[in-house]
Design a protein around this ligand. Structure first.
Ligand code: HDD
Length: 721
């Protein structure tokens, strides 16, 4: 009775009619929200719980009358017999499952893969069998080292895991945004991860490799050098999940219907273009918006700008596994595109956000072992170990063997087998004879073969010979040629960023031995890089160690030498002043104009309202891709007039200056060019700095700046020799 009365009085306060059913009206309030999520999480509708109406119940369906615990007297103790209390608290106590041992921090989305054609000349995989054939997908992006609550912009390799719910079963490409990996044999994975994770005593630092144990391992295990170079470059700090490529890393096999095979490498090429942050803004973002990447993906999809990638493969004849001067079974090597061009297979588009993060993104359980007919493994010893590890870790996370029955993991293809029981069994099997062979169930489920049922088949010609040996092949021995190829293929600014990143990381090292070991390894890749790191560490410059030095380059590895094909979803901060109505009008006009290109404008002012989206006390350059000052706001940047009780001293100027020094296009309209002068930013002729009074011309310039994304010349740069 208490509850109904309370609701009635709150209802009348809110102006709601609660006549009849006291729970009906809150449903109306939720209606709008529900409309948002109805289209989400395709294929999972039958599992969705719609709470927009109905009574609150216990887990076993009994309606609950009151949400206080049951007590012995109004001021008495809670009773053990209160099963409603116990059930609710018990469920809460078990809400978490173990976070992923690696890649704990991430975000995912649903979408579709559409095949460009019939690729039966390459593979028997059915999802690649016809032009226009659509396959539902779920993709999860992640960082590796940080825990589930860590900041998105930590410098790290980024996970790019894609599940194809094909009509012949689930196929996962559990890849990264970097085409190579740190180690060559899965047995070393626990060592790699232990070295990177926080110190066992203090659990410091979170989601970072700037510490002794990581660099101790890196320098003792030079197979890490290639991936390390990529992680120290812009690939470790992408602008968003949408602005990075994905790679299957290992060499896999395509198998055709006739059993013949080719070696392949998977690539997802971003159609948003590649873009990265600079390290200083990534660090600031970790505090200003730790959910920066997660939010970017969610918002882009919600605004109808879901990202796309082209799926492509490099295809190599089996006989050429050793033809390129390295071993295609070695996951620390990429195949330069000049040696094996990309063949485009189809397009992947993400267009739907999860409805429930836990049910979908947290419970999705990828496995490199999820392959389908037409695709096969190779003998890459890293891949071989992964096939075990992921299956095993899912058992730990789920607590039983039925995790494939969770809605997000359930294949869209029918499942018939004799696997039974176990914790969390969802299926009600009707077959009383769950064994094979049988006669009592007429031999079913029947075995597929190549003429009926398109049975999965391991490539018949895969070689398996040799004596047992606990060693890596000598064809895996060269750890230095490809890191140098990577360095050579970048712009001078990107090379400088790698040096800066290694200086940042190694400046945190305590051990002189580790520092020396790092320098020795860097020096085998590049004497120039080693010298530039050494000078920052106050150590003598090492003499060249030239065995692996070369001047080869390969295409497609630089992030900075191309422009973005799309600027939709990029973020512009327009700095206005609440005290200048003309600045607010101009900001509104810019917002409307840039919205036509899908560019998102945040109008910043001293106080919210009147078109101001964000206050100076909360806004920061790190969340914008560009910063613009509206005419009339220039007074906020003049040190003589800038102080305000509404925000920390100098904030407007700091936003503008940070935007400039982090390489973003910046601009000032009309009289606001005084803001550039006040903050020491060159106002005329400097690349990526736009001025003028004509809004249309200004917008054209700004859009050019946005597609350039980072104004490289602001960062200087040196040549690696
Ligand atoms: Fe791994 C997760 C990618 C080597 C063991 N890995 C995980 C995820 C990605 C990768 C993207 C997150 C999947 C998700 O979003 O749920 N891992 C890679 C790549 C590797 C690699 C590209 C090298 C080419 N991993 C690797 C090795 C081992 C593991 C060598 C163990 C021997 N990885 C795991 C794991 C995880 C995992 C512990 C943690 C959570 C999970 O599997 O589902 O089993």
């Amino acid at each position: 009775m208490h509850t109904v009365k309370a609701l009635l009085s709150w209802g009348s306060l809110l102006g709601l009619s609660l006549a009849g059913c006291p729970y009906a009206d809150p449903a109306a309030l939720l209606k709008e929200k529900r409309a948002d999520t109805d289209a989400a999480s395709p294929g999972l509708d039958q599992f969705k719980v719609d709470d927009s109406q109905g009574f609150l119940t216990s887990d076993v369906g009994g309606p609950i009358e009151d949400q206080n615990s049951l007590k012995a007297g109004i001021r008495g103790s809670t009773l053990l017999e209160d099963f409603i209390f116990r059930q609710k608290i018990q469920h809460f106590d078990h809400e978490r499952v173990p976070e992923r041992a690696v890649h704990a921090r991430g975000a995912g989305a649903h979408g579709t893969f559409t095949s460009y054609g019939d690729f039966s000349n390459l593979t028997a995989a059915s999802f690649l069998s016809a032009a226009g054939k659509k396959t539902p997908v779920f993709v999860r992006f992640s960082t590796v080292a940080g825990s589930r609550g860590s900041a998105d912009t930590a410098r790290d390799v980024h996970g790019f895991a894609t599940r194809f719910y094909t009509d012949e079963g689930n196929f996962d490409i559990v890849g990264n945004n970097i085409p190579v990996f740190f180690i060559q044999d899965a047995i070393r994975f626990p060592d790699l991860i232990h070295s990177v994770k926080p110190s066992p005593d203090s659990e410091i630092p979170q989601a970072a490799t700037a510490h002794d144990s990581a660099w101790d391992f890196f320098s003792q295990q030079p197979s890490t050098l290639h991936t390390l170079m990529w992680a120290m470059a812009g690939y470790g700090i992408p602008r968003s999940y949408r602005h990075m490529d994905g790679f299957g890393v290992h060499t896999f096999r395509f198998v055709k219907d006739d059993g013949s095979t080719k070696l392949i490498k998977w690539h997802f090429k971003t159609l948003q273009g590649k873009a990265s942050l600079v390290w200083e803004e990534a660090q600031v973002l970790a505090g200003k918006n730790a959910d920066f990447h997660r939010q970017d993906l969610f918002d882009a999809i919600a605004s109808g700008n879901g990202p796309s990638w082209e799926l492509a493969v490099q295809v190599v004849d089996e006989e050429k596994a050793l033809a390129f001067g390295f071993d295609l079974l070695d996951p620390t090597k990429l195949i330069p595109e000049e040696l094996a061009p990309l063949q485009k297979l189809g397009i992947l588009t993400l267009d739907t956000n999860p409805t429930n993060y836990f049910a979908e993104t947290e419970q999705v359980m990828f496995q490199p072992g999820h392959i389908v007919r037409g695709i096969d493994f190779t003998e890459d010893p890293l891949l071989q170990g992964r096939i075990f590890s992921y299956l095993d870790t899912q058992l730990n996370r789920h607590g039983g063997p039925n995790f494939e029955q969770l809605p997000i993991n359930m294949p869209k293809a029918a499942i018939h087998n004799n696997n039974r029981d176990g914790a969390g069994q969802n299926f009600i099997h009707t077959n009383k004879f769950p064994y094979s062979p049988n006669t009592l169930n007429n031999g079913f489920p029947a075995q597929a073969n190549q003429t009926t049922g398109r049975g999965f088949f391991t490539a018949p010609d895969r070689p398996a010979t040799g004596n047992l040996v606990r060693a890596l092949s000598p064809t895996f021995d060269d750890h230095w040629t490809q890191p140098r190829l990577f360095l050579n293929s970048l712009t001078p600014v990107e090379q400088q960023f790698i040096v800066n990143a290694i200086r940042f990381e190694t400046s945190h090292l305590q051990s002189e031995t580790v520092k020396q070991n790092v320098l020795a390894q860097l020096n085998r890749v590049s004497n120039d890089v080693a010298k530039r790191v050494a000078v920052a560490l106050g150590l003598p410059a090492p003499a060249p160690d030239p065995t692996f030095y070369h001047n080869n380059v390969t295409a497609g590895l630089s992030i900075f030498n191309s422009t973005l094909p799309k600027i939709a979803t990029l973020q512009v901060g327009v700095l206005a002043s609440t005290n200048s109505s003309s600045s607010l009008e101009q900001a509104a006009a810019l917002k409307e104009r840039l919205a036509k290109e899908g560019v998102v404008v945040t109008v910043v002012g001293e106080v919210q309202g009147n078109g101001v989206d964000q206050t100076y006390s909360a806004a920061d350059a790190s969340v914008f891709d560009s910063v613009v000052v509206a005419a009339g706001a220039e007074g906020l940047f003049d040190p003589k007039t800038a102080a305000s009780p509404l925000y920390p001293t100098g904030r407007p100027g700091q936003i503008l200056v940070d935007g400039f020094r982090w390489g973003k296009p910046v601009g000032a309209l009309g009289s606001a060019s005084a803001a550039l002068d006040s903050t020491g930013i060159p106002s005329s002729g400097a690349p990526g700095v736009f001025t003028g009074s004509d809004v249309e011309a200004f917008v054209t310039d700004l859009e050019g700046g946005l597609s350039q994304f980072k104004v490289s010349v602001r960062f200087g740069g040196f040549t690696v020799c």
